[in-house]
Design a protein around this ligand. Structure first.
Ligand SMILES: *[C@@H]1O[C@H](CO)[C@@H](O)[C@H](O)[C@H]1NC(C)=O
Ligand SMILES: *[C@@H]1O[C@H](CO)[C@@H](O)[C@H](O)[C@H]1NC(C)=O
Length: 424
């Protein structure tokens, strides 16, 4: 059964165009989905630096990562924010009521660490929780919004991830905007990432979240698990009529970190996560040990053509437009630049969830995927070298996909038949 959502797609698209201006957090930041690195998925709350000096949440881990971001090419590829998640805090505020880092694991304090990261040309992010405690039991910001926002600004923090544990006694729909106002008052531009939706009952009204946050977590935490990656992709497909219209420059849905380069995802599965996160205009926040990433996985994380899809200036979130349950194929598309005449270019992800051994050839036309430019497209395979031109969008293509793999195309409209050199 092929069901296409083309009509919904077109409607969502038009609404998005009308609604976008002025609706979102106006701090001038995250005009494309934030890119960077975050401790949580890979390093969790390891605080034992005696036995695990390279893996514990510490200033060494952050400094090593900032070094690797630059020396291994991640910064050049666009990754920018180095973000320490939970477990950086001391259990006690200082005598002035300010937050402070764990003195053993961050002996030089956060300001010096942020300075180190900045000196590398990168930006520094930190984690807190809108409730009484962080999820791992360190002090939360509840009751301390102004002083904590100011402390972050004084330290040179560029990005705050605000979690939502221990919130049963507060109204998170007032607390998140209030902390956002406190950040704004500091005068320092700080990306505000909110786990606000995770503390709300469904159905969720995302409009206030979009007005107060640069990004927000739509689902529970990702883990190093292909089943979880698949579940998040399916969740985003199922909720796309709610989620896709929210996304745009300055305000993004967040399906959580990239787990590429860790223990579980195969190379093909890593390409799937990278491709779909790019289609979703999702933040690209790696959570892996940058000192130990195999070259093939690093190439996926640094694929500049896929990153260009992620970072496309239009900021339109893509959608799953075909769910072919008979052939086990999903097709996702995202409108991107260049816009030629009135025709968008598209990123197109063909994701197969067949697991029967050999690569499988799917026959599909660009028109089936919603691409209708009458004079056709020039098509490039973003993970491979293939380039070809399609003069007629209704011509059937043969797309060969590995088990549980992905093929990601970029299709750019060509304006006249005179441009064609080759037909496939
Ligand atoms: C929480 O705050 C929001 C925004 O002010 C308000 O609309 C809502 O009614 C409040 N919820 C409760 C349970 O008080
Ligand atoms: C604070 O909010 C105002 C109004 O939305 C905005 O113009 C300004 O850029 C914000 N400043 C910071 C530092 O976020």
């Amino acid at each position: 059964m092929i069901s296409t959502g083309l009509t919904d797609f077109a409607v969502g698209f038009i609404l998005l165009g009308i609604l976008r201006p002025g609706y979102g957090l106006d701090n001038g930041l995250a005009l494309t989905p934030p890119m960077g690195w975050m401790t949580w998925e890979r390093f969790r709350c390891e605080t034992n630096c005696k036995d695990y000096p390279d893996e514990c949440i510490s200033e060494k881990l952050i400094r090593d990562t900032a070094d690797m971001m630059v020396s291994e090419g991640y910064a050049d590829a666009g990754y920018e924010y180095v973000i320490v998640d939970d477990c950086w805090l001391s259990h006690k505020r200082d005598s002035d009521g300010r937050l402070q880092a764990d003195p053993d694991r961050f002996p030089n304090g956060i300001k010096a660490l942020a300075d180190y990261v900045h000196a590398k040309g990168l930006k520094f992010g930190i984690y807190e929780d809108i409730g009484t405690y962080t999820c791992m039991g360190y002090p939360g910001v509840d009751g301390h919004h102004e002083i904590d926002a100011q402390t972050f600004a004084d330290w040179g923090v560029d990005y705050v991830k605000m979690d939502a544990c221990y919130t049963s006694h507060i109204n998170v729909s007032e607390a998140f905007p209030d902390f956002g106002r406190a950040l704004n008052k500091t005068g320092r531009p700080i990306v505000f990432s909110c786990s606000w939706p995770t503390a709300l009952e469904k159905p969720i009204n995302f409009e206030p979240i979009k007005q107060h946050c640069n990004l927000w977590r739509n689902n529970g935490d990702i883990s190093d698990d292909w089943g979880m990656v698949k579940a998040i992709i399916r969740h985003f497909a199922g909720e796309q009529d709610n989620y896709a219209p929210l996304a745009g420059p300055g305000h993004w849905n967040d399906p959580d970190m990239l787990v590429i380069g860790n223990y579980q995802l195969s190379l093909e599965q890593s390409k799937v996560q990278m491709a779909i996160w790019a289609i979703l205009a999702a933040p690209l926040l790696m959570s892996t040990d940058l000192r130990n990433v195999y070259p093939e996985y690093k190439a996926v994380l640094q694929n500049e053509r896929v990153i260009a899809v992620s970072q496309d200036v239009l900021g339109i979130q893509g959608r799953r437009i075909i769910e072919d349950t008979k052939n086990h194929l999903h097709v996702w598309t995202r409108p991107v630049t260049p816009v030629v005449g009135e025709e968008y270019s598209y990123a197109i992800a063909f994701w197969s969830y067949r697991n029967d051994g050999n690569p499988h050839t799917f026959k599909i036309s660009l028109k089936d995927a919603g691409l209708t430019n009458p004079t056709g497209y020039s098509v490039e395979d973003l993970f491979g070298d293939d380039k070809f031109e399609v003069t007629d969008p209704s011509v059937e293509l043969k797309v060969r996909i590995t088990p549980y793999g992905v093929v990601l195309y970029k299709a750019t409209p060509v304006s006249s038949k005179a441009n064609f050199t080759q037909v496939k």
